[in-house]
Design a protein around this ligand. Structure first.
Ligand code: FAD
Length: 188
């Protein structure tokens, strides 16, 4: 599967004066930094230029996400980059720092649908760090696909078969995936 497990990290700050739940999500597009209100403070993260990529096989069968190495310096540099727009990130106290390993694809889109050569096996992967927001639709589409033999809308553009003529080497795939990650908010 042409997927690249990629580290994504975020910080939740301690409560801050003036942070309210009805404030909008903010994206600083050039720096690929985002923030939104969270439990009286801010939740924020970055899609960094050179993300940490993982080879899941090398991590071993007992690997758990909580064992993933975090690196708060990535967020410190990002905070510095957006100090003019979000000066509060320089001083806000960290209440929680966590991360996970979502999977990126080379074109930034999911991989969905049946696996060729393995009857009854379906993919729902390549979330590209957006799997929560789209999961109800994906679940419904796949359920229909499995039960009725086809989804309610044409999802062939998301088939793994779109990559069949692009046998990337692992380094090429990683470069593409890292580009998609950094440009989560579009090419700026
Ligand atoms: C820090 C961070 C912030 C994010 N922010 C957002 C956001 O704001 N909006 C958004 O939409 N998405 C966000 N995402 C992405 C989102 O979390 C993922 O897209 C989503 O969790 C993917 O869901 P999944 O079910 O495909 O995979 P996962 O949530 O990774 O679930 C896979 C499950 O399979 C289990 N598993 C793995 N291997 C095996 C095995 N061999 N046998 C049995 N079980 C196994 C795992 O334990 C896990 O429970 C974020 C991710 C991170 C890490």
């Amino acid at each position: 599967m042409p997927l690249v497990p990629t580290r994504q990290q975020l910080i939740v700050t301690e409560p801050l004066d003036g942070a309210r739940a009805d404030q909008p999500m903010i994206r600083i597009m050039d720096a690929a930094v985002y923030t939104r209100p969270c439990q009286g403070g801010l939740l924020w993260g970055v899609y960094e230029e050179t993300p940490r990529l993982f080879d899941m096989e090398s991590l071993g069968a007992s690997f758990d996400i909580k064992d993933m190495p975090l690196d708060i310096d990535v967020l410190r540099s990002a905070a510095l980059e957006v100090k003019d727009q979000l000066p509060i990130l320089q001083t806000a106290k960290v209440r929680e720092f966590r991360g996970g390993i979502p999977t990126m694809t080379a074109d930034g889109h999911h991989i969905l649908g049946p696996a060729s050569g393995a009857a009854g096996f379906y993919f729902a992967s390549g979330c590209n760090v957006a799997g929560l927001s789209i999961s109800p639709t994906i679940g419904e589409a796949l359920a229909t696909w499995i039960i009725d033999g086809k989804p309610a809308v044409d999802l062939s553009p998301m088939s793994v078969m779109r990559f069949k003529d692009q046998p990337w080497s692992e380094p090429q795939l990683q470069r593409e995936a890292a580009w998609q990650y950094r440009h989560f908010y579009g090419a700026v």
